[in-house]
Design a protein around this ligand. Structure first.
Ligand code: PGA
Length: 867
């Protein structure tokens, strides 16, 4: 561990110790310490020592009253929150240090631009940049296990660490910082870790807004500026060449698939909240930039266009105008921007006389002002802060993020049946129709790009796409609406049928002349989690890759600009992992300058909660997208995919067979529900959405992917991250070929890296304790045997002597955390065992259930991912 981080962790650990002593006397702290020491000893190299320590830890936990168990679980949870805060701050510190070195003005994106320019020339670099598009789509997926109050308290601790680090802080301030640190940790300790109630969808919208207000609104223009700087000359004195390439999307308040609380009213309100936030931000920005533009007419005369703009303004709104003009004598550019600020404010207040009709109107005015400044020679003013404002309007419009709607194909099928039958419509069908009408309303207020995408989960035929168009015609009485119906493919079979389904969809779009002839665009969404749940992680990865390759060919053949929307979660079993590496491992040709993905739950705050980290994330993704789009990288990936096609198919078949053999075993769903805290995870009030869709009867099919992955993470089995890989690799059998594939084929490299990470977070000893709760030694044995086989083969192919050997920092971080997670796991196993054995009405049942939930929360903090 780096020294600075180690020192921070020590300070926080000691402060927590003090808080615990103040709260519970020496007894509580002693208990925490005893469990901690045993958990560490249970990782001793000498297995007898380790086994003995594990058994002692279990006995210790069993000897405590349940209340003490809860306190200890909370202590470990708070410890993890503190370590996470220290690690986050350390990341920021490292980014700053890197920024101080010689390449201070460069960023990952500019490095990529430079690399491409060196490879293929400046022209290609510019043209790639011109077509760049990054669309992160925020979703409310219920994977953020921390309450907002807890997240805020953690942030405060990270800020205090930063203050401690400041060399200018002297003695009295240092003492004050230490006092505040103890106060904050005491708050964290005394704050209930669990939400009392489920949040509603609009609470989820508001939570996500803080990532926009505090981070994205400011960071996005900074990213453009740094990327543009790579093209030479200073952006401050020339027009930028980088387009505003980030476009936010959101599902929060729009995704109703399996979430009955997201109604058409909620969708309308969600857009109102978003728009309120972005208009406030833009108003403030216009004000700030305007106030600074104190350029006197004598030195910076306005262009005729700006003069006309001002004259029109004065005629239209004499009072507003006079008020502003009085504060800015002889400063026409200042007046123009302050007047724009007033108009943005009026737009928010829905004042039709003064407000803007659309974001384009504001943009037009800003460009006119910019042109005037350029004409007067004030290029620094034109392309400085004013340009950042232009970028903000281009990126966020008046709607902040495109609100996307999602619904399950089965719901549309049922709705159409009802409509065709001509009887009374059920509430659900009426909701489907009302939703489409709300989309039309949003479009008429904010323009078509505010809400036009409609995603159909479990699309299985072109009819599922046609259904939405038919419903729209019915809902709107044939009135027009901009509607992009996007199929979501998320089972193995649907991925295989993707091209066929799109052929049908294309025919349909052509017959109904829905395709713009000059700009033939299509979008498809690929579901990583559900496909992994359906066919296992290895086959899903290969099938997704294969589908992307075929879709890319299909698009080229049909002259379609195809965007692939990747539905990936934070956890490895849901397609998570570093986004930039994932981009580089995509099928050749499939990226083509555009990348769209879901950013879910806890990932939103991990990636967009802090400006320095958000900047870095966006820049890394953008640079990976650029690199993946160069012909050189595409050709390399293409060649590798061909060379290793046979290997892929052997892997695919064997891994899937192994996975199906497990999950299709009779009684598996019941067993799974017994050995994991599935039901308890589902009842945690993490998000507004229920854990099951409630559409089908088979318990595993109906279960959403998130609780599936979440539950396996809690039991420390992490099965969705690796299961079947060992059998797959063994079936290929040739280590040399596998090693070559690891060198040459990025997809395979990333697959191995992710599996290695999952395995490193797995703990056989703890896992076995959970699995034993199911009384089925066959299933237990299958899992443990595949785990051993997978570990063996992964080590064999990577040539490592232990997991994560080549990733020192990560490997150490995981190894240091594991014993602390174990402590929580022992507490969780105790609770789960009691619940699985007990009768539901036993006294203390509620306390045990709480202990279980608290430990779930703690393990999630320790593993830093949930579902
Ligand atoms: P979904 O997402 O259940 O909303 O399709 C699954 C996931 O993101 O893991």
């Amino acid at each position: 561990m780096p020294d600075a981080l180690r020192a921070d962790v020590r300070v926080l650990g000691e402060a927590l110790g003090q808080v615990l002593r103040e709260y519970g006397g020496a007894g509580l702290l002693d208990d925490v310490e005893r469990l901690r020491e045993l958990a560490i000893a249970s990782h001793h190299e000498d297995l007898t020592v380790a086994d003995d320590a594990a058994a002692q830890a279990e006995r210790l936990v069993d000897s405590w009253p349940v209340e003490r168990c809860e306190e200890v679980a909370r202590a470990f949870t708070v410890y993890f929150h503190l370590v996470n805060a220290a690690e986050e701050y350390h990341r920021i510190r490292s980014l700053r240090a890197a920024d101080l070195d010689e390449h201070s003005a460069s960023s990952a994106t500019s490095a990529a631009v430079a690399e491409i320019a060196a490879l293929a020339g400046n022209e290609q670099a510019s043209s790639l940049l011109a077509g760049l598009e990054f669309r992160p789509v925020l979703t409310a997926h219920p994977t953020e296990a921390r309450r907002r109050a807890v997240v805020t308290a953690i942030r405060r601790v990270a800020d205090l660490l930063e203050r401690r680090d400041d060399p200018r802080v002297g003695g009295s301030e240092a003492a004050e910082t230490q006092r505040l640190l103890l106060e904050s940790i005491d708050v964290l300790w005394r704050t209930a870790p669990l939400r009392a109630e489920r949040p509603g969808p609009l609470d989820e919208v508001r939570t996500a807004m803080s990532a926009f207000d505090d981070v994205l609104f400011h960071v996005v223009p900074q990213v453009y500026r740094r990327a543009d700087a790579a093209l030479g000359d200073s952006t401050e004195v020339r027009a930028p060449r980088v387009p505003a390439f980030v476009r936010l999307g959101s599902w929060i308040g729009g995704d109703r698939d399996g979430n009955p609380f997201v109604t058409s009213t909620v969708t309308r309100q969600a857009m109102a909240i978003q728009s309120d936030h972005v208009l406030r931000a833009l108003e403030a920005a216009c004000h700030r930039v305007g106030r600074g533009l104190t350029l006197d007419t004598s030195m910076t005369p306005p262009s005729p266009e700006v003069s006309r703009m001002l004259a029109d303004a004065e005629a239209a709104q004499p009072e507003v105008y006079a008020d502003i003009a009085a504060r800015s004598p002889n400063e026409p550019h200042r007046i123009a921007l302050l007047y724009a600020a007033a108009r943005v404010g009026a737009t928010r207040g829905r004042d039709a006389d003064l407000g803007y009709q659309s974001a384009e109107d504001l943009l037009g005015e800003l460009r006119t002002i910019q042109g005037s400044l350029v004409a007067a020679g004030a290029r620094r003013q034109a392309y400085g802060e004013l340009q950042s404002l232009v970028w903000q309007v281009e990126s966020f419009g008046f709607h902040l993020a495109e609100l996307e709607v999602r619904q399950h194909s089965a719901v549309h099928r049922a709705a159409l049946e009802e409509i065709r039958a001509g009887g009374e419509l059920s509430e659900r069908t009426q909701e489907v129709l009302a939703t489409i009408r709300v989309m039309a309303q949003i479009q008429s207020r904010f323009g078509p790009d505010a809400c036009r995408r409609y995603i159909v989960s479990f699309t299985q035929s072109p009819d599922d796409i046609a259904a939405v168009h038919e419903l729209a015609r019915y809902a709107l009485d044939d009135r027009a609406i901009a509607l992009d119906v996007i199929p979501l493919f998320e089972t193995g079979a649907d991925l295989e049928a993707a091209v066929e389904i799109l052929n049908g969809a294309l025919d349909l779009a052509e017959t109904q002349s829905r395709l713009d002839e000059t700009d033939r665009r299509f979008e498809v969404m690929l579901g990583y989690s559900d496909s992994a749940k359906d066919v296992g992680p290895v086959s899903a990865t290969l099938k997704l890759y294969d589908a992307q390759a075929r879709l890319t060919e299909w698009a080229a053949h049909n002259k379609i600009t195809l965007t692939m929307f990747h539905g990936r979660g934070g956890a490895l079993g849901r397609g998570g992992g570093p986004a930039n590496r994932a981009v580089l491992a995509q099928a050749p040709g499939s990226v083509d300058g555009r990348f769209k993905l879901t950013e879910q739950g806890e990932v939103i705050f991990a990636r967009y909660g802090n400006p320095a980290i958000a900047r870095r994330h966006i820049e890394q993704v953008a640079s990976a997208v650029l690199l993946a789009s160069t012909p050189e990288v595409e050709q390399r990936a293409h060649a590798a995919a061909e060379t290793f096609a046979e290997l892929a198919s052997t892997l695919d078949v064997a891994a899937k067979e192994c996975y199906h053999d497990l999950v299709h075993t009779k009684g598996f769903p019941e067993w799974f529900a017994r050995v994991t805290p599935l039901e308890e995870v589902g009842s945690l009030p993490l998000g507004s959405r229920p854990a099951r869709r409630g559409l089908t009867v088979s318990s595993l099919d109906d279960l959403r992917a998130i609780p599936w992955v979440f539950s396996w993470a809690q039991t420390r089995v992490n099965l969705p991250g690796w299961f079947g890989l060992g059998s797959g690799l063994a079936a290929v059998g040739d280590v040399d070929v596998l090693r070559r594939a690891r060198e040459e084929w990025p997809l395979f490299t990333v697959m191995l890296e992710n599996a290695e990470m999952s395995l490193a977070k797995t703990d056989r000893r703890i896992a076995a304790r959970y699995l034993a709760l199911g009384d089925n030694s066959d299933l237990t044995e299958k899992i443990l045997a595949e785990h051993a086989l997978t570990t063996e083969w992964v080590l064999n192919v990577t040539g490592h002597s232990r997991l994560l050997e080549d990733r020192r920092v990560l490997g150490r971080a995981v190894a240091l955390r594991n014993p602390y997670v174990d402590a929580l796991s022992y507490l969780q196993v105790r609770a789960l065992r009691t619940l699985r054995q007990g009768d539901d009405d036993a006294p203390g049942e509620d306390a045990v259930r709480r202990l279980l939930q608290i430990s779930v929360n703690g393990v999630a903090a320790g593993l830093q991912n949930t579902g």
